[in-house]
Design a protein around this ligand. Structure first.
Ligand code: ZN
Length: 150
């Protein structure tokens, strides 16, 4: 596992130890579960949408440091964003972590998510880093069966 040392940057370690937005979202309108069998990462994602906007987001799960840190940073990245904005962030993130090593990636617009740029060296880890985002897509694709109160 020494090859991963370079990936375990301080931000990843911090979000793994103290994941943000962790727990069940009581008033969730959307949710989905994600599983990465290659590594054993599992997570449950909860969203609260007001119209088109993600006003609440949280997750629970177990897995490697990269999967947990990625889920934690994903919740921070998409909270307050519209579906379209969240999809655009995911597109940039996905392009960054799957780009060939000899291709420059746009770290500046990735913000904190740039810490995952190193996973593109490790195809197994790409799945860990993208699990939360695929779960987000699944949750957003699902029509919520929630009673409208207004
Ligand atoms: Zn993993």
């Amino acid at each position: 596992m020494s090859e991963l040392t370079d990936l375990y940057q301080e931000l990843i370690l911090d979000h793994n130890r103290r994941p943000r937005n962790y727990g069940v979202l009581a008033d969730a309108t959307h949710s989905a579960r994600g599983h990465n069998p290659l590594c054993g990462d599992k997570l449950a994602l909860y969203l609260h949408l007001d119209g088109d906007r993600i006003t609440g987001v949280s997750f629970e799960g177990s897995g490697c440091a990269i999967s947990k840190a990625s889920a934690s940073l994903m919740t921070e990245a998409v909270r307050g964003k519209t579906r379209g904005e969240a999809a655009a962030i995911f597109d940039r993130f996905h392009a960054m972590i799957t780009a060939p090593m000899d291709q420059a990636v746009d770290l500046e617009s990735a913000g904190k998510l740039a810490v995952f740029a190193g996973v593109r060296e490790f195809p197994m880890r790409v799945k860990c880093a993208s699990l939360a985002w695929h779960t987000l897509q699944a949750a957003l694709a699902r029509d919520a069966h929630t009673a409208k109160t207004e």
